[in-house]
Design a binder for this molecule. Structure first.
Ligand SMILES: [Zn+2]
Length: 437
C-alpha cells in the first residue's frame, strides 16, 4: 500500500494583497511512520521538465559546484533539511541559509537520473497533465525509498531569486515533497510552514523550513542532531581524480571511516543513486583529518559526506561542496549566526563558525541584499557595503562579536555577511537579515 501525499495550491488571490499574522501552534507537525536509513538518503532528478523557466538559471555558485538550473533547485531543496549548513542561497534574497534541519538526518544529492524510476528509486520527475489544484506528490513506501512527481500543467521556475506570481517555485515545492520522503506528513501549524498541505503563495517561502518543520524532523523522526555527528569543515590537498584529498572536520572515528562521493551514473534501476564509498579510512589529529585517494572513475562533483564507524543516523555528516577537478572555491564556507530581531540601543551577539582557524574574518553589512562582487568574489550583500569590524577565528574556526545597536537605527533592516581572505582564496558566509525594533 503506497502512501501518496500531495501539495495543493493555496489561495493565490491572497498573496501580496493581505497580510494575515497567524500565531504558530506548538507541535502541529505530523509523521507518516517510518524513516529513511543510511542506504536511502540519495536523491536525484530526472530533468525532463519542458518549461524553459526551469532551465534559465545558468549562474553557477561555488557552494553548489557543477549544477545549475532545476538541478541546483532540487539540490538546495533537499539540502535545506540537512543537519548543518550547506551554504547560502546563491544570491537568493528569500533564503539566507540552506541546511536548517538540525536533526540526525542528511540527504545525499546524487545528480541526474535517466528516467523516472520506480516507486522507490528516490527520483524527482515531471508528470504530464494535471490533477485539480495538486502541484506535486510524493509516493512514499518510506523506509524503502520514494518517488516524487511534478504536474507539468503548472509553469515551474528554477529561481533562485523571486519567481513571478504566474509561475510556481520548483525549489519550494520540492522542499515540501522531500519532507514527505523523509517521513513527515502535513502540518496544521500557523505561519505557513513548508509542510502545510497548501503552498504558500507560489511556493518561494517554502524553500526555507520553519520552526514547526524543524520540530517535526527532530522530534518526530530522526532526533535532534547528536553532538557526535561527524562534520566536514574544509577540503585540502588535491581535488583531482586520483589525487590525495585531505578531509578536515571533527568527530571522525579513529578507524573505519568512509568518504562518500556522488555516483556519476544516471540509470534509474541500477545502484547509481548510491554513493561511491572509499572505505576503511583512519583519521589523524584527534579525529579531525582523513587522507584518501580520490577515485578515478565512477564519481562526479557535488558534495561529499563522511560516514564514521558504527551505525545509525548520527554517523553520516552533512554534505560538503566538492568540485571534482575544480579549484578551491566554495570550500570552508563560513557560517554567521545573528538574531533576526534586535532593539535600537540594545546589544546583539554575532557568532561566526566554520572559518579557517586563525583567519581574519570581516563582518560586512549593507542595507541591501542584491549581490555584489568584492575582490572578484560574489557576495550576497548589496553594492553599498561597509565593514562593521573584523575578528580572528580561534583554533576551532569560531568567533563572536557583541554588537551595540545604534539607538537611531530603529525601523531599519540590515543585512550582514562575513568575508575572509585565506591565501588569496575569498570565502563568504550565509547572509543574515536583521530587523531593528
Ligand atoms: Zn504534502
Amino acid at each position: 500500500m503506497k502512501n501518496v501525499l500531495r501539495l495543493s495550491l493555496g489561495s493565490l488571490l491572497l498573496a501580496g494583497t493581505v497580510t494575515v499574522v497567524v500565531p504558530e501552534n506548538a507541535s502541529a507537525w505530523s509523521t507518516i511512520g517510518g524513516s529513511l536509513g543510511l542506504t536511502q538518503r540519495d536523491y536525484r532528478i530526472y530533468d525532463n521538465f519542458t518549461d524553459s523557466t526551469c532551465h534559465d538559471n545558468t549562474t553557477a555558485h561555488s557552494n553548489w559546484p557543477e549544477y545549475t538550473e532545476v538541478e541546483l533547485s532540487a539540490w538546495k531543496a533537499g539540502a535545506e533539511w540537512g543537519s548543518r549548513s550547506l551554504g547560502d542561497g546563491s544570491g537568493d534574497g528569500s533564503q539566507n541559509n540552506v541546511g536548517d534541519g538540525g536533526a540526525n538526518f542528511n540527504f545525499i544529492w546524487a545528480g541526474n537520473a535517466g528516467n523516472t524510476g520506480g516507486y522507490n528509486g528516490n527520483i524527482i520527475s515531471p508528470l504530464s497533465g494535471s490533477s485539480g489544484g495538486v502541484l506535486a506528490y510524493c509516493e512514499t513506501p518510506i523506509s524503502d525509498g520514494w518517488r516524487i512527481r511534478f504536474y507539468e500543467s503548472w509553469t515551474w521556475d528554477d529561481g533562485p531569486d523571486s519567481v513571478p506570481s504566474s509561475r510556481m517555485d520548483f525549489q519550494g515545492v520540492a522542499c515540501h515533497e522531500l519532507g514527505h520522503a523523509l517521513g513527515l506528513g502535513h502540518s496544521t501549524a500557523g505561519g505557513n510552514p513548508t509542510m502545510s498541505a497548501y503552498a504558500s503563495g507560489n511556493g518561494v517561502s517554502d524553500r526555507s523550513i520553519a520552526s514547526d518543520d524543524i520540530a517535526g524532523i527532530q522530534q518526530g523522526v530522526y532526533g535532534a542532531m547528536s553532538s557526535s555527528m561527524p562534520e566536514v569543515t574544509d577540503l585540502q590537498g588535491s581535488l583531482n581524480a586520483g589525487g590525495t584529498l585531505i578531509v578536515v572536520g571533527n568527530n571522525f572515528s579513529s578507524t573505519g571511516n568512509e568518504v562518500w562521493f556522488n555516483n556519476n551514473g544516471t540509470s534509474a534501476n541500477g545502484p547509481d543513486g548510491d554513493p561511491v564509498k572509499v572505505t576503511n579510512l583512519a583519521s589523524t589529529n584527534g579525529g579531525t583529518q582523513i587522507s584518501l585517494t580520490i577515485p578515478t572513475t565512477g564519481i562526479e562533483g557535488g558534495s561529499i559526506h563522511v560516514k564514521k564507524s558504527g551505525s545509525g543516523n548520527s554517523t553520516l555528516s552533512e554534505g560538503h561542496p566538492f568540485d571534482l577537478n575544480g579549484g578551491q572555491p566554495g570550500l570552508n564556507t563560513i557560517t554567521l549566526f545573528a538574531p533576526t530581531l534586535v532593539f535600537a540601543g540594545g546589544s546583539a551577539i554575532l557568532d561566526v563558525s566554520r572559518a579557517t582557524p586563525g583567519a581574519k574574518v570581516y563582518l560586512l553589512y549593507s542595507m541591501a541584499n542584491t549581490g555584489t562582487t568584492i575582490f572578484g568574489h560574489q557576495f550576497d550583500l548589496g553594492s553599498n557595503w561597509k565593514v562593521l569590524t573584523n575578528l580572528t577565528a580561534d583554533s576551532a574556526g569560531t568567533g563572536s562579536y557583541s554588537l551595540n545597536v545604534p539607538s537611531g537605527a530603529s525601523g531599519m533592516t540590515v543585512y550582514m555577511e562575513c568575508g575572509a581572505n585565506t591565501a588569496g582564496v575569498i570565502t563568504d558566509s550565509n547572509i543574515q537579515q536583521i530587523t531593528v525594533m
